[in-house]
Design a protein around this ligand. Structure first.
Ligand SMILES: [Zn+2]
Length: 90
């Protein structure tokens, strides 16, 4: 039986919740696991890509993605302001 490994093209796919897998998924040393940076846990992907969409559909992940992916945008806005301030001071 061929081992089902995490594939690079998965990260460019939609997770069915409106986000790209690359928004939250990270490769790990273990080829059969993806690290979810939203839930801070690893996702077993031995069953293939559906393992990722199933994880993305969990209540925990959906709640966390609302909070964390929105905070990420706020952080980006804040850092942009900081850059402008630094520029003005300089
Ligand atoms: Zn997750």
């Amino acid at each position: 039986m061929p081992k089902c490994n995490a594939r690079d093209d998965w990260f460019f796919k939609d997770d069915m919740q409106g986000y790209k897998v690359s928004d939250w998924g990270r490769k790990t040393d273990c080829s059969s696991e993806i690290f979810c940076s939203i839930c801070i846990c690893t996702v077993d992907v031995k069953k293939g890509f559906q393992s990722l969409t199933q994880h993305a559909a969990t209540k925990k992940h959906k709640q966390n993605s609302h909070i964390k992916l929105n905070i990420k945008q706020l952080t980006l806005t804040t850092s942009t302001n900081t850059c402008l301030l630094d520029y003005l001071i300089t």
